[in-house]
Ligand binder design. Sequence first.
Ligand SMILES: [Mg+2]
Length: 177
Amino acid sequence: MTARPLLLLDVDGPLNPYAARLPRPRGYTTTRLHPATWLARQTPGSRSHRRGLRVRLNPAHGAQLTALPYELAWATTWMHEANEMIAPVVGLPADLPVIEWPELFARDPDGLYWKTRPLLKWAAGRPFAWVDDMITARDTAYVAAHHDAPALLLRIHPRRGLRASDFATLTRWAASH
Ligand SMILES: [Mg+2]
């Protein structure tokens, strides 16, 4: 049996197109959620603190993601709250593995995205695809130099979220490895 590559999922950007021009893009639902990391940055008692964070999610994405030949895992500041709050809305299992970041938004000495080093460590040499809106060319170069297995870093525009072309790219990449 061949082990499947990992698919490491960011929430804000790929699943929640937070920069979308429309309040509710086609196929998406809008919910208000209270994730801990976001709440910690709001003024207690403020209107936004009470109302919660507006999140756009596509209920079709769960089935599309689980149909891909990957093992899914969360790579998001939502951490375990992705299983609790995001998974039920998009239709993903609520027990996906979660990357627990040692420090959120940590400054990287070499200008890497703060997720890159802990994510590589977590992947522990396994092939992976990673979808995130903050990946840069620097991260792609770093992963190519420091990860011995194949890796696909796929930057997703936060205005659009995951699109059919991204699912096609992920399918092709998994087939080619
Ligand atoms: Mg993001």
